[in-house]
Design a protein around this ligand. Structure first.
Ligand SMILES: [Zn+2]
Ligand SMILES: [Zn+2]
Length: 375
């Protein structure tokens, strides 16, 4: 069973840290709570550090440093680098390098560092246990020119301990002495970092396994509103893999994406600039292309099956008709986008409606396919 594990490549320091913190959070934290109880202060401190460190990863490490989806000054950079270090997910430089490789080679067994094609556990955290390769830091040349990023890269472990473990303990001590300091260390320090880490890991595992693919089904990345709830909006991963430079992951106004809202607020405060947005028509074009391809696949697979009963034949004919309209709409929009013609909101919502109609028809056909044939 263990013969396949390349022991010579195990990263013992990182592996030990992951295992020790996980079991400390699992065993020592409940023991502390059972013995001393938990008060509002401890809960509030946990929530503060969870949000500060979690959003430093999503807003800072991910959208600012890895994707450069907006620009920020020293205040935002320094804050996210300090609290990002406290999530113990490596330096921003290493994190961004791995992540850029993930986007470039998504699903590739060799070049995607946390490829889901190597299994759920590998994508979740298995990859972290091993020294994969000399990191391809050639893909972060831009970040290497940033003195703050390089400073954090050199000291991220010490900064992580100072901000992520010692600081909560000191705040706890000031609030209620040694007993409270221990609680803050265990709850806002260790348990919080384990929670933040696994929320990040779920993006690489669950968001490549469960959810929908409304923009591009050629990769494993999926949109999951459920995951967005736990990851400050990063759950809309199919959109993100389709348009990685957009500062929004939940692009629809109603989608839960606190990181997007935080960046927007920072821009209103003058702390973030040049927020990058994919034009609406390009997003609609991707949605139409995806729906058009799905309809084409269904039409191809159902050509013989359609004759099995009149209801199915009628539903199939409707899909053919709607799909034809959608293809025409797609070509029209594609031409408008490439010619940079201004497109009205009414036209976009009409195309969206077309896509929704095809989607509904596909659902109907699938349910008909599942039913026994009525003579
Ligand atoms: Zn991904
Ligand atoms: Zn990304």
């Amino acid at each position: 069973m263990f013969s396949k594990i390349p022991f010579d490549r195990i990263n013992w320091t990182t592996s030990s840290f992951l295992i020790v913190t996980f079991f400390t959070a699992l065993i020592a934290t409940p023991l502390y709570i059972a013995h001393f109880g938990i008060d509002f202060f401890q809960i509030a401190l946990f929530v503060f550090f969870f949000i500060a460190t979690g959003m430093s990863i999503t807003l800072g490490y991910h959208r600012l440093f890895a994707h450069k989806s907006f620009k920020a000054g020293r205040t935002v950079k320094l804050t996210t680098l300090l609290f990002g270090a406290a999530a113990f997910e490596d330096s921003a430089l290493d994190w961004a390098s791995d992540h850029r490789e993930h986007h470039k080679h998504v699903d590739d067994e060799h070049d995607d560092p946390y490829s889901i094609s190597k299994g759920f556990f590998w994508a979740h955290m298995g990859w972290i246990f091993f020294k994969l390769y000399p990191r391809p830091l050639a893909n972060v040349g831009d970040l290497k020119k940033d003195p703050l990023v390089m400073w954090q890269h050199r000291h991220h472990r010490a900064l992580g301990f100072a901000v992520g473990m010692i600081l909560p303990a000191v705040i706890g001590f000031l609030y209620g002495g040694w007993e409270s300091a221990l609680g803050a260390f265990l709850i806002a320090g260790v348990a919080r970092l384990v929670c933040v880490q696994h929320c990040t890991f779920f993006i690489n595992s669950l968001c490549h396994t469960i959810g929908k693919r409304p923009y591009d089904s050629s990769t494993s990345a999926r949109d999951s509103w459920l995951m967005a709830l736990f990851t400050f909006g990063e759950g809309y991963h199919n959109y993100h893999h389709s348009f990685q430079h957009d500062y929004r992951n939940g692009v629809k106004p109603w989608q839960w994406d606190p990181t997007k809202w935080a960046i927007w607020v920072l821009s209103k405060l003058g702390l973030a600039t040049e927020l990058r947005r994919v034009p609406e028509e390009k997003i609609v074009l991707a949605e139409l292309r995806e729906m058009k391809d799905r309809a084409a696949a269904q039409i191809a697979s159902g050509s013989a099956w359609r004759f099995t009963c009149p209801t199915r034949e009628k539903a199939y004919a409707t899909l053919l008709e709607l799909s034809q309209q959608l293809s025409e709409g797609y070509t029209e929009l594609e031409t408008a986008v490439s010619d940079r013609i201004k497109i009205s909101r009414e036209a976009l919502s009409r195309w969206r409606q077309m896509s929704a109609d095809v989607g509904e028809q596909l659902v109907l056909l699938r349910s008909l396919q599942a039913q026994p044939v009525m003579a």
